[in-house]
Design a protein around this ligand. Structure first.
Ligand SMILES: CC(C)(COP(=O)(O)OP(=O)(O)OC[C@H]1O[C@@H](n2cnc3c(N)ncnc32)[C@H](O)[C@@H]1OP(=O)(O)O)[C@@H](O)C(=O)NCCC(=O)NCCS
Length: 178
């Protein structure tokens, strides 16, 4: 289990007390329309349990995203297995007031660098609904390239990837091991 401090953000482990903040995000249609749809509180609870299991079983997972020095969660992001495959994907969801500030790119970049440098992955992928132009732009900003149209999570998606050799660290990331 490890955590990351970026320029503006704290990517920390989820705790049960985050449920209200994350449910407030996952119950908004506009936020979730390209991210699997809105969730009930029960679904969010089980999602948080799965995140914790992923960390225990795989040594990676999603982080809660918070502003530095603030407790409130503004989203989630990090690494997980792509659907039912052995490939590792980077993903991000932020609450709407925090869009278009470059925060998802900050989360994605930190996730990629940690995936390559801490976990020693060779390749990381990302998928999005083809109409999710903001998400596609984030992938491009962090150096990922479009590879193909594909079908995951019961949806048509665009599939991007990046290999370790194409990911450069800008040196501003702090990885904190627990
Ligand atoms: C996708 C998401 C995480 C992006 O977060 P963000 O913090 O706003 O991302 P960034 O600010 O780093 O970058 C967004 C980029 O997309 C661009 N963008 C935003 N909306 C766009 C649109 N409709 N069409 C084209 N580009 C768009 C922004 O201009 C920005 O690019 P720029 O920096 O070159 O100007 C955020 O919109 C979100 O949480 N959406 C809902 C959940 C979701 O869809 N998650 C991804 C599932 S695959």
């Amino acid at each position: 289990m490890y955590e990351i401090e970026t320029e503006r953000l704290w990517m920390r482990q989820f705790k049960y007390a985050d449920i209200d903040d994350i449910y407030a995000i996952y119950s908004q249609y506009e936020v979730m329309k390209y991210a699997g749809g809105i969730r009930t509180r029960e679904q969010v609870e089980s999602y948080l349990e799965n995140i914790l299991k992923s960390w225990q079983n795989n040594q990676f997972g999603m982080w809660a995203i918070a502003w530095k020095n603030e407790a409130k969660i503004i989203g989630r992001g990090g690494l997980c297995f792509l659907d039912n495959t052995p490939e590792v994907e980077v993903g991000y969801v932020l609450d709407k007031p925090y869009w278009n500030l470059g925060l998802a790119a900050e989360v994605a970049k930190a996730s990629l660098i940690s995936g390559f440098e801490v976990l020693n992955l060779e390749r990381i992928v990302a998928i999005a609904n083809p109409k999710n132009f903001a998400s596609r732009r984030v992938m491009e900003k962090v150096g990922m390239t479009y590879e193909k149209d594909a079908f995951y999570y019961n949806s048509d998606v665009v599939y991007y990837s990046i290999s370790k050799s194409d990911c450069s660290s800008d040196g501003s990331l702090f990885v904190l091991h627990e």
